[in-house]
Write a protein that binds this ligand. Sequence first.
Ligand SMILES: *[C@@H]1O[C@H](CO)[C@@H](O)[C@H](O)[C@H]1NC(C)=O
Ligand SMILES: *[C@@H]1O[C@H](CO)[C@@H](O)[C@H](O)[C@H]1NC(C)=O
Ligand SMILES: CC(=O)N[C@H]1CO[C@H](CO)[C@@H](O)[C@@H]1O
Length: 532
Amino acid sequence: MANERRAEEVVLRSISGLAVKLWATYFILFIYIVFHADAMWRLSSVRHKAVPQGRSLEEFKLKRREHEKVLRSARKDNLLVSKRLLLCEDEDETPMDAASGDQVVHLVQKLQQSGQEKETHLKALSGSLRNPSAQTVFIKHENSMHLLVGLLSGSQAQWRLLALQCLHELSQSHQPNVTLACVPATPYLLTYLSGQSTKLTELCLYTLGNLCPGSDVVRDKLLAQGIIPALKNCMESQRSNLAVVEAVGFTLSQLLQAKDAAEKITPAVLASGLPSLLRSVLSPDPQFGLAPAIECAWCLHYLTCSTVGSSALRADGTLSRCSSLLVALGGAVSKGTKEEGMELLVWPLLRSVGNLLSSGPPGDMGSQGGDLLPALCALARAFLPSHPALALESAWVLNNLTADSSELCAALLDLNLVPELIQLLPFSQGINTMLLRVLGNVAHQTNRSCSQLARAGLVPALCATLRMSEPDVVALSLEVLFMLVAGCPQAAEEFVGQNGVALLEAVQYNGDGEIRQRAAHLLEHHLPAHLL
Ligand SMILES: *[C@@H]1O[C@H](CO)[C@@H](O)[C@H](O)[C@H]1NC(C)=O
Ligand SMILES: *[C@@H]1O[C@H](CO)[C@@H](O)[C@H](O)[C@H]1NC(C)=O
Ligand SMILES: CC(=O)N[C@H]1CO[C@H](CO)[C@@H](O)[C@@H]1O
């Protein structure tokens, strides 16, 4: 399981790449704004005295806020699909020798004859069906699925389990045809979710979970056949069996990844009572481990991806539940205890919190917002070496929390977290740009927050980021610097004292149009003339 999630992480990383592309799109928008702002700035440089003090700063801040909105809506629809192979105890992982199509046909014929060796043939068949070409041969062979469904629905428990094993192998296929061919079996799979055998239930769940993303037709059938109430009942009645809970989480998360989930599936899941069951799993079991919590957190993440889901779950206490788990995990990593695979739980939690914040400012989080800040910093720091994309995700949520909340900006200063953020500024892969946004959110607040930032050492840190080669880092550094020196004369003096003028000249010389304009504007209007 861990391996698959790791593979997904690679996908996630490329998704952060997508986010970068979206930022780039915004960057173009930004340049457009700057061209207009530039006209304004030039005007103000001509009639400088006549322009009310701070006006360009206000307009600048307003644009910044619009910018944040674009950024934050940019990373919502990132969906991931995976397939699971559940091995029975008596199986090993080495695939059988590639079965030929002839062998599969032969096995089906044997099974069609009534005989006592059905069990052996079924075992051989499920082994053969691990091979994709054998799967295609199987579904094309007349009556083969009919035969399997007959055994699945029959009275022989062992045949039932082995027939299910065959279907489970077929469910691994990425061929829509193979997935479609499994449809006649789905009513039985759903029925067995409420059965007595947990082994059968678990295997049915993973089979259903594998079939869900395969085709819209299959998914619609499953919805019509009542998969959502079946999953809810299964989870409710098997609450204490964490292997089943994990499997329900997997199946539901597969279902929720449909492109049209927001319209078709999310409302039904919200109405089913599943969310409170999912939330209740968000406390890792010391013996069983993190897996059920990870699956259920992904479900919550997919539910919060839609507006309807995020506002319903926000009102339901999901934000608080996810936040308190993040606070606990952040506390654990800051004490140096990083459980194996913990990052797999942190991912969906961070994304859920980020999505939930989209349904309103963090004002109603109470003290929890303040507790989250140090936890997010700790998670970013702890995962930076091994999972930079996760550190970036933590920074995203920090940005989300601080973007609209003067309380949380003040808390960031009061908790003395700014020096921690400054320490992470040398790291690229989007981390420095995101942290510069967070620092910008704080600088955006008041003159007082600007002086606090300066006291925390932001000026030398900005001098360092202004020297970096990435243009967006330089542009954001200029943005923060602009707010800082406009709000705090001491910061301006400190900057000049740190050879800032030469630095701005270098930036002006090397930078592109927009960066050049900004650096020039800063040099001309916002540094104390007597020091230049
Ligand atoms: C899938 O089914 C369609 C229609 O029956 C058929 O044309 C196509 O060849 C099948 N594809 C595979 C890979 O079997
Ligand atoms: C912030 O500081 C600047 C520069 O010292 C000053 O011009 C401006 O009036 C101050 N703004 C407020 C709201 O105090
Ligand atoms: C308070 C805050 O900044 N909330 C934002 C969090 O992110 C979403 C988008 O993902 C924004 O819409 C919210 O405004």
